[in-house]
Design a protein around this ligand. Structure first.
Ligand code: FAD
Ligand code: SIN
Length: 494
């Protein structure tokens, strides 16, 4: 199969880019694929919202830039930060025009939310399910374009590389048959990798596939050691764990310890509204010192009616777990949430490989530095979708660099496939080791022995990958191991 542009991933980064490109270049053939159903993505679960300066009275470009740079601890790219913040209002107006129902107050103004690290309330949201509202609006828009072909349950396995240029990708289709899609431009929007850790807010699809594929193809990867943990995930054994939005702390909820005392102020004067790296570390310390499993998020002092209006899904999900947020505090613990680093891209979303773009959580644009400011991720994806669409439209106007080459075929029929039970066992071991690795790093405890255990596990996974018939679960396991390696290497040596 051949297409002008191949987009892998149907979260906000993939969908926004598809819409933008189809608008700019109606004659281009665009193929959009996802490994799951059309909705499943990190985007679908986004709660707090999308940060932007939509009101020059309280917020300003300069304050949004300063907050983003402070959160990033000196590792952000100032040019990227300025571009994203200044282009945000225009992109937000587009999302509104495309039908995203951001909430307004009774007097018709935007109902801005507040989250950690923001000096003012500047977050547009749809109750506590902003991501679902965005996915619905974007998927609806997609239907307007007949030059976009959208395929679900197609799993990308490798980039097709020839003469250092990307020419599309290989996939396993719905029947696990290997297929190739050749493309002039390939755009990775495959999201994050939270599944590498045993506690995560990320859905099962977040296994670092695009990142690992790009890494294997030789693309530059950066800042993978900067993995962000969200301080308040609901304490359950579920995978993923349900997120309790930071907007709830912006709304006035308090973090308390097992004695019922607030404790974050000890670590930072902003208390519950410090950035999430600070709060997660404060919680890890509190748990370690008192040998506890969780802390608590207390909403009992908040206005019941307003709480119900703003956070209906959180209240319902807690109720499902037997927790009445109006009368009892919510047990919470930090969980892996966001991959700040990723495939390095320039201001147009181009990677270091010709013909390959990346956007969204799999990419590293320079916006987040060492720690992402809350609600800057959805924003980054829409701003870069626009920039990349202009650049790709331009590239498609150049002479077509498509070249004829024979693909190296892998024999998928030699060996039996690995039993799913074995793959799941290895996934679980890796996830637990990576969580311990992160915890030890946060508490400044030794990492060497965990490093050795992880190396042994990597060797076992590699052996399977060499001698067993590939399957989607095995590819995911390989990709998770590859991502874990990049995280460990960046943490220890960069
Ligand atoms: P995703 O939305 O994750 O989409 C990835 C897509 O790639 C999916 O369609 C997936 O199926 C597909 N894919 C992956 N691998 C393959 C493969 N091998 N082959 C084919 N397809 C593949 N950010 C904010 O700014 N504000 C928030 O309020 C917010 N809340 C959040 C709440 C939760 C619970 C979570 C988990 C994240 C939250 N984030 C938030 C972060 C934000 O949602 C994500 O960073 C963002 O949605 C990532 O978008 P994306 O398009 O890059 O990736
Ligand atoms: C949240 O709602 O707490 C998540 C916001 C984000 O990840 O930016």
């Amino acid at each position: 199969m051949q297409t002008d542009v191949l987009i892998i991933g149907s979260g906000i980064a993939g969908l926004a880019f598809a819409i933008k490109l189809a608008t700019h270049k109606p004659e281009a053939s665009i193929t959009l694929v996802t490994k799951a159903d059309q909705f499943e993505s990190n985007t679908k679960y986004a709660q707090g919202g999308i940060a932007a300066v939509m009101d020059n009275v309280y917020s300003s470009f300069e304050s949004h830039i300063t907050d983003t740079l402070k959160a990033g601890k000196g590792f952000s790219n100032v040019q990227t930060v300025r571009m994203v913040v200044e282009k945000a209002p225009e992109r937000l107006q587009e999302l509104i025009a495309w039908g995203t129902p951001f909430d307004r107050t009774a007097d018709g103004n935007w109902d801005f939310g507040l989250e950690g690290g923001h000096s003012v309330a500047r977050i547009l949201h749809h109750k506590d399910q902003t991501g679902l509202a965005l996915e619905k609006a974007l998927l609806q828009q997609l239907k307007r374009f007949d030059n976009i072909q959208f395929e679900t349950e197609i799993f990308a396995t490798e980039l097709l590389m020839h003469n250092k240029r990307c020419h599309g990708a290989r996939f396993l289709d719905k029947q696990d048959q290997a297929i190739s899609i050749r493309a002039t431009i390939t755009y990775l929007a495959t999201g994050g990798s939270g599944q590498v850790f045993s506690k995560t807010t990320n859905p099962l699809i977040a296994t670092g596939d695009g990142l690992a594929m790009a890494s294997r193809a030789g693309a530059k990867i950066e800042h993978m050691g900067f993995y962000q943990f969200h301080p308040t995930a609901l304490l359950t054994e579920n995978n993923p764990v349900f997120l309790i939005t930071e907007a709830l702390r912006g709304f006035g909820a308090h973090l308390i310890n097992h004695k019922g005392a607030r404790f974050v102020m000890k670590q930072h004067p902003k208390g519950e509204l410090a950035t999430r790296d600070v709060i997660s570390e404060a919680i890890f310390k509190e748990l370690e010192e008192n040998a506890q499993e969780n802390v608590w998020l207390d909403c009992r002092h908040l206005n019941k009616q307003k709480l119900q209006t703003h956070f209906p899904n959180i209240i319902a999900q807690c109720k499902n777990q037997g927790i009445d947020v109006f009368t009892e505090p919510i047990p919470v613990t930090p969980a892996a949430h966001y991959q700040c680093g990723g495939i390095k891209v320039n201001l147009e979303g181009k990677t270091s490989l010709e013909g390959l773009y990346a956007n969204g959580e799999c990419a590293s644009t320079g916006l987040h530095g060492a720690n992402r400011l809350a609600s800057n991720s959805l924003l980054e994806a829409v701003v870069f979708a626009h920039e990349a669409a202009l650049s790709v439209a331009d590239e498609l106007n150049q002479p077509n660099p498509f070249s004829v080459f024979a693909e190296s075929k892998k024999d998928f029929h030699l060996n039996a496939s690995t039993p799913l039970l074995k793959i799941n066992h290895l996934k679980t071991s890796l996830r637990h080791l990576m969580y311990r690795f992160y915890l030890n790093k946060s508490l400044e405890l030794p990492l060497v022995s965990i490093g050795a255990e992880i190396e042994t596990l990597f060797a076992e996974i590699k052996k399977l990958s060499l001698y067993q018939r590939p399957s989607k679960p095995l590819f995911e396991l390989q990709n998770m191991a590859e991502t874990a390696k990049l995280i460990i290497h960046d943490t220890l040596y960069e």
